[in-house]
Design a binder for this molecule. Structure first.
Ligand code: NDP
Length: 365
């Protein structure tokens, strides 16, 4: 690999970053495999799965061979594959740490799905493991690679809304399979908060560029609802930022789908509705000049995210959402749970400055 995609043009296959997809579940099959097909500088070179039949069928569709299909026990044999530069971990949350550490040990870069882990300690260990192995670790925060979220961030940054006062963010959906790993504490680490509330949390951090110094939370599970025996149904919380801005966030596993955000400034407001979906993000801006829906190009969010990581690997750059971004969100989620348990606000370390944990911004345009 000696070429870097200096322009937004597809690289020839031999120059692309090769990935092993680890875990062939819904996200992998419905979103990531199609995203790799659209990619400019990434390619799939291996699959890791416990379901060999399924994996072989997908491999055939991708033009891969039997030798390109691994299971979790022989994952470490990816070490022998120079055409696998990185792994993309798409497993239940509690498995992210083990597969990241094993990847680092065999010299692979790691793109890991969100939430990065199930505790701040595990997330920190993952960052350390990759740093010690001199490999890159990126948290797969697809939202932060979308033109719509960047346009919203630019509006706030340029002062078009006046001084930002508060953000309201909601991520709700129905989780109705009581057997789902997302409802098992040992695999998911929590309920609605780490799965979908995380979008409210890190989009508020992304739009302000700031770090909250205090959170105040309340959590709820409907009594007797079998689904929420191990993890919470809903969390409602507030975060205070050093500039004085406040974010009010809500996530729920028991409402009809709702995924929106509003940012209110002294002179106007913007809305993203939907804000966190895979497609169709709609940015509306209301200022003294009037009301406008921004017409923006639709891009595959996962393609943007994966190609950003590949560009970082090719160019030796720190990703925009590195492991440290995931660690900071784990710390804040731990503070949110603590606040809900204690029924009072919880302070976290007050950090001044912008984009403290982020790396090189993604390509724009
Ligand atoms: P799925 O349940 O659909 O897939 C998970 C896959 O992991 C399974 O199909 C299986 O693959 C493998 N697996 C290995 N061990 C286990 C186990 N003990 N229990 C269940 N599955 C296991 O989950 P998703 O694809 O929806 O989610 C995977 C990850 O992606 C999660 O971390 C989730 O938070 C994240 N995600 C991120 C999204 C985003 O927008 N960025 C959206 C959705 C999910 P196999 O049969 O091949 O071994």
């Amino acid at each position: 690999m000696n070429r870097s995609p200096l322009e937004n043009k597809p690289l020839p296959p031999e120059d692309r970053v090769g990935y092993a997809l680890v875990g062939l579940g819904k996200l992998t099959l419905n979103e990531l495999v199609p995203a790799f097909r659209l990619s400019n500088c990434s390619k799939l070179t291996a699959l890791v799965s416990d379901d060999r039949e399924k994996a072989l069928e997908i491999a055939r569709g991708l033009g891969l061979e039997e030798k390109d299909v691994y299971d979790y026990a022989d994952y470490d044999r990816l070490a022998e594959r120079p055409d696998v530069n990185a792994v993309y971990i798409v497993l239940p949350n509690a498995l992210h740490r083990e597969y990241t550490e094993r990847a680092a040990r065999i010299g692979k870069h790691v793109l890991c799905e969100k939430p990065l882990a199930t505790s701040p300690e595990d997330a920190e260990t993952m960052v350390r493991a990759c740093a010690e192995a001199n490999r890159l670790l990126m948290t797969a925060y697809r939202m932060q690679y979308t033109p719509q979220l960047w346009a919203a961030r630019d509006l706030i940054e340029k002062g078009d809304l006046g001084r930002l006062k508060f953000i309201e963010a909601v991520d709700g959906q129905t989780e109705d399979d009581p057997g789902a790993w997302r409802l098992k504490r040992d695999l998911a680490g929590g309920g609605a908060l780490p799965d979908i509330g995380l979008y409210c949390l890190n989009t508020a951090r992304f739009l302000t560029g700031e770090e909250p110094y205090e959170v105040f939370a309340y959590q709820y599970s409907t009594p007797g609802d079998e689904r929420f025996k191990e993890v919470e149904e809903a969390v409602y919380w507030t975060m205070r930022f050093p500039s004085g801005a406040v974010a009010h966030c809500t996530c729920s596993y028991d409402v009809a789908e709702a995924k929106y955000l509003r940012a209110h400034g002294q002179k106007g407001w913007l809305s993203l509705d939907p804000a966190f979906s895979y497609e169709g993000l709609r940015l509306e801006v209301v200022t003294e000049e009037g009301r406008e829906v921004r017409q923006m190009r639709e891009e595959d969010q996962f393609r943007l995210e994966i190609d950003h990581f590949s560009e970082c690997i090719l160019g030796g750059k720190r990703p925009f959402t590195p492991g440290e971004e995931g660690v900071q969100d784990q710390r804040l989620m731990a503070a949110i749970y603590q606040s809900a348990a204690e029924g009072k606000p919880v302070r976290v370390e007050r950090l001044e400055g912008k984009d403290l944990f982020r790396g090189a911004p993604p390509r724009r345009g």
